[in-house]
Design a protein around this ligand. Structure first.
Ligand code: MN
Length: 137
C-alpha cells in the first residue's frame, strides 16, 4: 500500500454485471484491496428499479447512502426504505439485497472485506418483482 491520491479521472465507471444485478446499475471502484488491507469500497449507482440479486457477505458489509431513495431487505424481514446519510450494517452470511426505489435512483458506498480464504460475496438468485415491490415498512 503506497501513499497517494487516486484521482477521480483515473477510473472508469463500469456497468454492473447482469448475472448479479437487475436493471441498470453503475459501479465506481473507490478502493480496491491492497495488502495488508482487505477493504473494498465501491460507489454503486442504481437507476430506478435497479437492485442487487440476493447475496451474502463472508464478513458482512456496511452501506452508506449518498443520494436518492433506496430499498434494503434482509431475508425474512420487511423491506426497508434507506435514505442519504443512513448507514446499513449487514452481518456476515446473511441473505439480503439492496437497490433503488422503483421510481427513484439511489447511490451508496459499499464497504466490505474478504475472509481468511479470500471469500467476500456469494451471489444468489435475482430478487423477484413481487419481493422488490413490497411496500417498505
Ligand atoms: Mn450486500
Amino acid at each position: 500500500m503506497k501513499p497517494r491520491i487516486v484521482r477521480a479521472n483515473e477510473a472508469q465507471t463500469k456497468i454492473a454485471p447482469a448475472d448479479k444485478f437487475v436493471g441498470q446499475v453503475l459501479q465506481d471502484q473507490v478502493f480496491v484491496p491492497e495488502d495488508p488491507s482487505r477493504m473494498r469500497i465501491t460507489r454503486v449507482t442504481f437507476t430506478p428499479g435497479g437492485r442487487t440479486n440476493w447475496h451474502t457477505h463472508a464478513v458482512g458489509q456496511v452501506l452508506y447512502v449518498i443520494s436518492g431513495v433506496g430499498r434494503y431487505q434482509l431475508e425474512g424481514e420487511a423491506v426497508q426504505e434507506i435514505c442519504p446519510g443512513d448507514t446499513v450494517v449487514i452481518p456476515p452470511k446473511t441473505r439480503h439485497w439492496h437497490g433503488a426505489a422503483p421510481d427513484q435512483m439511489m447511490c451508496h458506498l459499499a464497504l466490505s472485506e474478504s475472509d481468511d480464504t479470500g471469500a467476500a460475496t456469494d451471489w444468489l438468485e435475482a430478487v423477484s418483482d413481487g419481493d422488490y415491490t413490497a411496500a417498505p415498512a
